[in-house]
Design a protein around this ligand. Structure first.
Ligand code: AMP
Ligand code: GLY
Length: 422
């Protein structure tokens, strides 16, 4: 098979690495790809993965049998719709399905209809009613831009003034069209967990749990980031919670979409808060998490391409995903200045002599035959082991060894999970 993988971050390098192990694969082409993906196949760096017509043309030119979409951007832009219209199999939902992520108010509407537990909420398009609503409630306040805002559209605050300012910022265009509506939510407290599914035809296969670290610095200090590390398995997410989420969240959500003629084929990411009233959904994403994918892919023992191909064609019946009993820990090496203004063009060295680990590229590019940084999160260093402690030791040994100026990484990824083994 000839597979086109859309995206060019660490999640896509991990997906591509796993797909490349399939005996069904003849050729992997990634768009826009990255230097890591370039070692696994061809890279179409000059095609915009968010341009549906350009992606269809690339598929025709390269005789693509299956498109796998990593990030949400191409999905929200309607790439899967265009591929479906051309009869090109694609793993990733249509723009209507991707609204679970690209419109928080749509996700709330689906959850209400499907009776999925979530925080109470109201959606506003004008300032006045939003402000009255905030003034009539009590803090902490949760205010979210409705649309895609690269994870930056959410404010949780004790301050009424700050909440009102956030409403103003959204409605005045700080997040572009994504902020033309705001969702104000009931504040929830509890531990957060994410559960991932592989979905097609109303069926949902749960993945093993993974957890990420969103804050820049140790002990969850510092600003929010895209994710500074991750690990899998996760001891405190047990099978009962996964089963509960399948029955009370994933299947009813897919059912509600189907009742609206929306066929959802793709990954579904369920962000939950474990409240004293039981688990409640914080958000949906129409993709795998990044950096969670980087610890999940190395733990899958079955043929991922076979199951994604089945999902995108005849359906999941008879297919599944099997998991190794090894643990994985990902330490993200980030550029200095990340997340506000990462320094680009820094030369990366030390990648040649590392063993027992996987390196998934995120923000790198080649310049004059050398590897340099090109984004905030530069490399994912994934250690494997018989338990989390061993995987962690392997990841950190390599994280020390790889160098670029001003390299930042957390030193406490998976530190509290040492004994966990699959
Ligand atoms: P979201 O992108 O909607 O998941 O929100 C980003 C982060 O904001 C979540 O991971 C939570 O930490 C926090 N958050 C979102 N919604 C709520 C809520 N209703 N109550 C408390 N915290 C929330
Ligand atoms: N790791 C969180 C995300 O991918 O949104």
């Amino acid at each position: 098979m000839r597979v086109l993988l859309l995206g060019g971050g660490g999640r896509e390098h991990a997906l591509g690495w796993k797909l490349a192990q399939s005996p069904m694969l003849d050729r992997l082409i990634s768009c826009p790809g990255n230097p890591g993906l370039g070692t696994l196949g061809d890279v179409a760096a000059d095609v915009d993965p968010e341009d549906p017509a350009a992606v269809v043309a690339l598929c025709r030119e390269r005789a693509i049998d299956l498109v796998v979409v990593g990030p949400e951007g191409p999905l929200a832009a309607g790439v899967a719709d265009a591929l479906n219209a051309e009869g090109i199999p694609v793993f990733g939902p249509t723009s209507a399905g991707a609204r679970l992520e690209s419109s928080k108010s749509f996700a709330k509407e689906i959850m209400a209809a499907a009776e999925v537990p979530t925080a109470g909420s109201a959606t506003f398009r004008d300032r006045e009613t939003a402000v009255i609503h905030l003034e009539e409630s009590s803090g902490p306040y949760v205010v979210k831009a409705d649309g895609l805002a690269a994870g930056k559209g959410v404010l949780v605050t004790e301050s009424l003034e700050a909440a009102i300012e956030w409403v103003d910022g959204c409605l005045e265009g700080r997040f572009g069209a994504a902020g033309s509506a705001v969702v104000i939510e009931e504040h929830l407290t509890g531990d957060e967990v994410s559960i991932f599914y592989l979905c097609a035809d109303g069926e949902a296969i749960p993945f093993q749990p993974a957890r990420d670290y969103k804050r820049l610095l140790d002990d969850d200090e510092g600003p929010n980031t895209g994710g500074m590390g991750s690990f899998s398995p996760v001891e405190d997410i047990d099978d009962d919670l996964v089963d509960w989420t399948t029955v009370h969240v994933a299947l009813p959500t897919l059912g509600e979409l189907a009742s609206r003629d929306i066929d959802y084929t793709g990954f579904l990411y369920v962000g939950l808060m474990l409240t004293s009233d039981g688990p409640k959904v914080l958000e949906f994403n129409c993709r795998l998490g990044d950096p969670e994918a980087e610890v999940l892919m190395p733990r899958i023992t079955s043929d991922l391409l076979a199951v994604l191909n089945a999902a995108s064609n005849e359906g999941l019946t008879g297919h599944g995903v099997t998991w190794s009993n090894r643990a994985a820990v990902d330490v993200v090496l980030a550029a200095p200045g990340y997340p506000e203004s990462p320094v680009k063009g820094l030369r990366i060295t030390g990648l040649d002599h590392i063993e027992n680990i996987l390196v998934f590229h995120a923000g790198t590019r080649e310049a004059g035959g050398r590897l340099v940084s090109s984004g905030g999160r530069v490399l994912n260093i994934v250690g494997l082991g018989d338990n989390i402690g061993e995987a962690r030791d392997n990841a950190y040994a390599a994280a020390q060894h790889i160098e670029f100026k001003g390299k930042q990484f957390r030193t406490d990824i998976a530190a509290k999970q040492e004994g966990t083994s699959p």
